[in-house]
Design a protein around this ligand. Structure first.
Ligand code: SF4
Ligand code: SF4
Length: 227
């Protein structure tokens, strides 16, 4: 799923300045599941913004709404009438949903209230782990189902590097702390699968043109188009 975190309140509040009507728009799919931007979180953010605006003596109308999915225009029709009433919209969807809103309702001002951060797997309640970078050319069939692109700190296609020690990566940050060496994990699982020989495969450099670093991508499924 796509995960996101709410921006700091002061940053969001600053975006409302200069507007007398602001709509906070939640999205009830990925960002709702990661407890960031669903209808409930949109309602809470709108209430917090109203309180702060009142403290500041501002005369501003701040309400909330939510779409089932902001990334699909058919779901935006349900909130279109309300969106039209507000000159500024704070979207709590992922980066796709925010841009979908901005495009559908252009030239309306649609502002981001969250930072989209990763494609994550839930580990436990309120904890998500990055598992895929949408690189466009999946290699995990040969790496025991473990993604070297996002789980190796250097995105190495042939690891481990010399910084692997006791199963841990040399890269640590205050936020991440100790992290497992992806290639140590790959080795352990390949061994358990009886496929250790795959560690000896010399993988070619990754073709990054298939990732978003090669420009925006487009996916077309001709066979799925209506005839
Ligand atoms: S190899 Fe690419 S597509 Fe496969 S899990 Fe990793 S980032 Fe995602
Ligand atoms: S120690 Fe392991 S995870 Fe860290 S950069 Fe080297 S191979 Fe990648």
């Amino acid at each position: 799923m796509i995960t996101a975190e709410r921006k700091p309140f002061d940053e969001i509040y600053a975006m409302t300045e200069g507007h007398d009507k602001v709509l906070v728009a939640g999205c009830d799919t990925c960002v709702a599941v990661c407890l960031t931007g669903g209808e409930k979180e949109a309602e809470i953010l709108a209430a917090e913004l109203r309180i702060k605006a009142k403290e500041d003596g501002r005369d501003v109308q701040i309400e909330h709404t939510a779409a089932i999915r902001q990334c699909e225009w058919e779901y935006l029709d349900a909130i279109a009438a309300k969106v039209e009433e507000y000159p500024a919209v704070l979207s709590m969807a992922c980066g796709i949903g925010i841009q979908s809103m901005a495009e559908k309702f252009a030239p309306k001002l649609v502002l981001p209230a969250v930072n989209t951060n990763m494609l994550g797997m839930p580990q436990e309640h309120a904890v998500w782990l990055e598992r895929c970078g949408a690189c466009g050319e999946c290699v995990i069939g040969d790496t025991a189902g473990i993604c070297p692109v996002v789980r190796c700190s250097k995105s190495l296609m042939n690891g481990p590097c010399g910084g692997s020690h006791d199963g841990k990566c040399e890269v640590t940050t205050p936020e991440k702390g100790d992290i497992d060496c992806a290639w140590a994990l790959i080795w352990d699982r390949l061994k358990a699968q009886g496929r250790e020989e795959l560690m000896l495969v010399n993988r070619p450099p990754k073709n990054w043109s298939k990732s978003s670093s090669g420009g925006p991508r487009k996916m077309v499924r001709e066979e799925a188009k209506p005839v």
